[in-house]
Ligand binder design. Structure first.
Ligand SMILES: Nc1ncnc2c1ncn2[C@@H]1O[C@H](COP(=O)(O)OP(=O)(O)OP(=O)(O)O)[C@@H](O)[C@H]1O
Ligand SMILES: CC(=O)N[C@H]1[C@@H]2OC[C@@H](O2)[C@@H](O)[C@@H]1O[C@H](C)C(=O)O
Length: 365
């Protein structure tokens, strides 16, 4: 048996809620999460990252460089807290897989951009940092996303039956884990991002807790029809998306003068429809859908999904060994392990890349 190794994973996703950090033990028995910490972004940094997600701001290069420093500092801070909580020294960790903050995702133009000054993070933490984990896949003609399906296979895959895994973050993505070993996956579209934006605009606060406000509204059939006619939803995989498409401008184009709570209900229904539609098209025989990401706490959204998928049991990822907010960060620790051991991180069947590739760039400790 290979001796166990420790890796850290650092993830800040499209919802801009902050950074999740996990400490992952990787051994021949598989990956095991030893500790988890979350730190929210300071509101000024979250605001600046959101602004940098939108085109047309002033002096973007300068601001992006400073934001990349601040992201590194935020990552270093939560990493410090994680190491103290786990009582582990920097020397004991072989590497940290650090995602950075996606501010542009344009694989069709040959780039995807995650802000993170990885050199600064390595310098501050004393831990080797594997970063920029998407660019090589894009360079090889792939989408650069989603990358988590191989990790989902490692922790949630079964040989007795097919399993689907749904990440409901800012965006949504599905992994299809066939019992015969085939792994597929793609982005479904907006997860929580539009719900968050609409809630922030009308109610304040970062998100709609448990979807309670959405539950007070009525789905507007005409609005749902307009939203669901978006071409992205009928694209065949490989496909990925981000705030580049599903942001405030997209929402504004579709909403007319519906009551705010009805818009919220309709946005929740849209997310449920995209997921149910994708699952019924690509894995109609699935009986189990494991849910992770912050959307796993949105009771209203899960109810809508259940109603659209009557034969499918929805299972919180914690019932399968990994709590919803730890899955993505654990995936990036696992991707760091793949890099450090010279193994490819992407799945060409998922991203559309020309072949398997070593993903990431190394900043030694
Ligand atoms: N208690 C809750 N009730 C409702 N929604 C919640 C709750 N907790 C978290 N969320 C939702 O989950 C989101 C954060 O999820 P998560 O951290 O998984 O997304 P992310 O990793 O930033 O995005 P992505 O997976 O697209 O990169 C919040 O923005 C919010 O919409
Ligand atoms: C470009 C980018 O940051 N994409 C994210 C985003 O958040 C969810 C979805 O869109 C997914 O494609 C991806 O993240 C996960 C971790 C992935 O690569 O699998």
């Amino acid at each position: 048996m290979r001796s166990p190794e420790l890796y850290a994973g650092l993830m800040s996703g499209t919802s801009l809620d902050g950074v999740d950090a996990v400490l992952l033990e990787v051994s021949s028995a598989g990956p095991r999460c030893l500790a988890h910490r979350h730190q929210p972004f300071a509101p000024e940094l979250a605001g600046e990252l959101l602004a940098l997600n939108q085109r047309g701001g002033e002096d973007e290069l300068h601001r992006a460089a400073l934001a990349a420093n601040s992201v590194a500092d935020a990552y270093a801070s939560v990493l410090d807290e994680l190491m103290v909580a786990a009582q582990v020294s920097a020397q004991a960790v072989r590497a940290a897989g650090a995602h950075g903050q996606t501010v542009r995702h344009r694989p069709e133009l040959g780039f995807t951009l995650q802000l993170l000054n990885a050199a600064r993070l390595a310098e501050r933490s004393g831990i080797a940092v594997v970063s920029d984990l998407r660019s090589r896949d894009v360079a090889a003609g792939g989408q650069g996303a989603p990358l988590v399906p191989t990790f989902h296979r490692a922790v949630f895959g079964r040989t007795e039956h097919d399993v689907a895994v749904l990440n409901l973050g800012g965006m949504g993505n599905l992994s299809l884990l066939h019992a015969d070993g085939r792994t597929l996956g793609f982005d479904t579209g907006p997860g929580n991002v539009l719900l968050d934006l609409w809630h922030q605009r009308h109610r304040g606060g970062p998100f709609d807790p448990a979807g309670a406000w959405a539950a007070t509204g009525q789905v507007d059939g005409l609005l749902l029809e307009r939203l669901s006619s978006e071409a992205f939803f009928s694209l065949p995989p490989p496909r990925s998306t981000g705030r580049d498409l599903f942001g405030a401008a997209w929402l504004q184009q579709h909403v007319r003068n519906e009551a705010p709570q009805d818009v919220q209900a309709t946005l929740a229904e849209l997310t449920a429809w995209t997921v149910a539609n994708a699952l019924q098209t690509h894995l109609p025989q699935a009986q189990e859908l494991i849910v992770c990401g912050g959307g796993a706490f949105n009771t209203d959204l899960l109810g809508r999904l259940r109603r659209r998928l009557p034969g499918v049991s929805l299972v919180d990822s914690s019932e399968r060994g990994l709590p919803p907010m730890q899955v993505e960060a654990a995936a990036f620790a696992w991707l760091a392990q793949r890099f450090m051991t010279g193994l490819p991180g992407n799945l060409p069947a998922v991203t559309g890349a020309r072949g398997p590739r070593l993903l990431g760039a190394l900043h030694p400790a």
